[in-house]
Design a protein around this ligand. Structure first.
Ligand code: AHG
Ligand code: MN
Ligand code: MN
Ligand code: MN
Length: 340
């Protein structure tokens, strides 16, 4: 649906307009998203004053990923879980910070599932660098009523109903798609509302930036190395990209989405758990893949599989990820096949 840049469209207005496109819609998804937006506002307020509250630094815990959990990871996870478990429209949820599926509160089960990365870019929280939240919503497969199942969560990204992220940066933005284009909303903290600021985002076909942690160069295969060399302008006639790597996937992805770019986290040989890269399919790669395809870009693994086609086998399954401007992802695939 082409969005005209009418002044002052709030995210609630946009969600209602999208609901009206489906006569059979019950309003459940709109209500779910309204609660998700509240969670985003709460986390944004906390992130923006993290330096003042006792909310920085490590929590002293390690999560299922084997990572040191930051206090803001815990806060964001608790906030999202609390809003979602009682919103009445979720039957089960998956979180990066929860080893197992989390059911809705008894009596509050609904017909959707949500998978989320409550705080993406945790290593950046106490150095005042932008971080984010990523979310992915599916329809439940199990019969309505009662708690959802793990199978409700293990669906391919192509079946997502809504995919989005919140980036807590110089401003707080929500960017999401429900299959009718990608729209960005910026929080006006003085009124506590998200207003449409980026209607119908389309990712430029050509990358201006490339985002990859080049410290892992020694652990990549030759095809990835050759492609990064190409991005640096080694091929005659190829305009070199600028390197930009923030270390928060959401922030690197958002810049590349708006300005044109390619983000890569390939598999590497550093350690056993990096043989499929670091990023998680359910709540990092799949939602961003839906967004980038809706914006005219591509998202694949480093052996050429389309991210949205992958059927998850485990909740925290990792996948290698190459995502961004269509032309550069296509060139990446040629390099990865050993073609030049
Ligand atoms: P998270 O903070 O949710 O665990 O995700 C961190 C991810 C991603 O945000 C970022 O791009 C990547 O890890 C950085 O990994 P490296 O430090 O290995 O580059
Ligand atoms: Mn983490
Ligand atoms: Mn993450
Ligand atoms: Mn995280």
């Amino acid at each position: 649906m082409a969005l005209v840049k009418r002044k002052g469209i709030t995210i609630s207005r946009q969600l209602m307009d999208e609901q009206r496109m489906f006569p059979e819609a019950t309003g459940a998804l709109t209500a779910l998203m309204a609660d998700l937006v509240v969670a985003g506002k709460i986390i944004s307020a906390e992130v923006n004053m993290a330096g003042l509250a006792d909310i920085l630094g490590q929590s002293g815990r390690t999560n299922i990923q084997g990572e040191e959990v930051q206090k803001l990871d815990v806060f964001a996870n608790k906030t999202f879980k609390r809003r979602m478990e009682q919103c009445g429209h979720i039957c089960v949820m998956a979180s990066e910070e929860e080893e197992d599926p989390v059911p809705a509160l008894p009596g509050y089960e609904g017909n959707y599932t949500i998978a989320f990365d409550p705080l993406d870019g945790s290593s950046n929280v106490d150095v005042n660098v932008s971080v984010g939240t990523i979310f992915s919503i599916h329809r439940r497969l199990s019969p309505p009523g009662g708690p959802g199942t793990e199978a409700d969560l293990l669906q391919p990204g192509s079946r997502q109903v809504v995919a989005g992220y919140i980036v807590y940066g110089s401003s707080t933005m929500i960017v999401y798609t429900s299959g009718s284009g990608v729209h960005g909303f910026t929080l006006d903290p003085s009124v506590g509302e998200f207003f449409l600021s980026h209607p119908n985002i389309q990712i430029p076909e050509l990358a201006r930036y490339y985002s990859v942690n080049e410290a892992y160069w020694p652990y990549w295969n030759d095809n990835i190395r050759d492609f990064v060399d190409y991005l640096r302008g080694s091929d005659k006639g190829h305009v070199p990209c600028s390197a930009r790597y923030i270390g928060s996937l959401v922030s690197d992805f958002h810049r590349n989405l708006v300005k044109g770019g390619i983000y890569m986290y390939p598999r590497d040989t550093r350690s056993a758990d990096k043989t499929a890269g670091k990023l998680r399919l359910l709540y990092e790669a799949a939602p961003l893949a839906m967004i980038v395809e809706q914006a005219g870009g591509s998202a694949v693994t480093d052996d050429g599989r389309r991210i949205l086609d992958i059927v998850p086998e485990r909740l925290h399954q990792r996948v290698p990820l190459i995502i961004g401007s269509k032309q550069d992802v296509a060139v990446a695939l040629r390099f990865l096949k050993g073609e030049r």
